[in-house]
Ligand binder design. Structure first.
Ligand code: PGA
Length: 237
């Protein structure tokens, strides 16, 4: 399984790196998406612990006259190996559009930065049974024009918008159906089916239920990743 922590805009405690170094990965892959200022320090410190470090955003801008932006090349240069693209918080709070998201993916891939593309439906779409239709549209808009997507460089995170930070989760059956559907769709654009993570309110207390969903290749963990003991319980479950 692949476990990705989304640290969001939190400030790590002084002992966070040391606790992560001691994390027992139990043979799984672990990555942590950090705010820009921490990437270099963490990538260096976690190298021996075999925990990869990523960013939570990358610019789509290509011209140098882009004050305040951070490029894929810079992220690679400070040790980031992946980037989250299209997180629903960025869509909602930063007005990120699908075309920007596609450009961000292009920029990341062109610099060998792996992409974790977030997709998800609203509560309303979930309740009206529109999840598959909505996700298909989101994936088509991004993946249709992207080239050279592979199993290794492109991962999908299925994150129902209504599950992020709310404590609510879909049933394992629902997750299973969606994950299967996403995988079969991604087969159209990549040479193989891509890995699909589930994200949204993953916690030690509900993780056994989520892990019942067959076919998930990993988890994206937001708030709970700030506490390494909690993260360890999620991995152990
Ligand atoms: P959460 O966040 O685990 O706090 O719900 C998930 C995410 O934002 O990716």
């Amino acid at each position: 399984m692949l476990y990705i922590g989304n640290f969001k805009m939190n400030i790590p405690t002084d002992d966070y790196i040391d606790s992560l170094i001691k994390l027992d990965k139990k043979g799984n892959e672990v990555g942590i998406a950090l705010p820009f200022p921490y990437i270099y320090q963490y990538a260096y410190a976690l190298n021996n612990a075999d925990i990869v470090v990523g960013a939570q955003n990358v610019t789509e801008a290509v011209i140098k006259e882009s004050t305040g932006e951070v490029s894929a090349e810079m992220l690679k240069g400070v040790g980031a190996e992946f980037v989250l693209v299209g997180h629903s918080e960025r869509k909602k709070l930063r007005g990120e559009t699908m075309s920007k998201i596609r450009e961000k993916c292009e920029q990341a891939l062109s610099k060998n930065l792996k992409v974790v593309l977030c997709v998800g439906e609203s509560r309303e779409d979930y309740e009206n049974g529109n999840t598959s239709k909505v996700l298909e549209k989101q994936l088509r808009e991004i993946l249709n024009s992207l080239k050279n997507i592979t199993y290794d460089n492109f991962i999908i995170a299925y994150e129902p918008i209504w599950a992020i930070g709310t404590g609510l989760i879909p049933t394992a059956d629902d997750i299973e159906i969606v994950v299967r559907h996403i995988k079969s769709m991604t087969g159209k654009w990549a040479k193989c089916e891509l890995r699909v993570l589930y994200g949204g309110s993953c916690k030690a207390s509900n993780i056994k239920l989520i892990k019942c969903a067959e076919g998930i290749d990993g988890l994206m963990i937001g708030d709970a990743c700030q506490d390494v003991k909690e993260l360890q319980k999620i991995i152990n479950a």
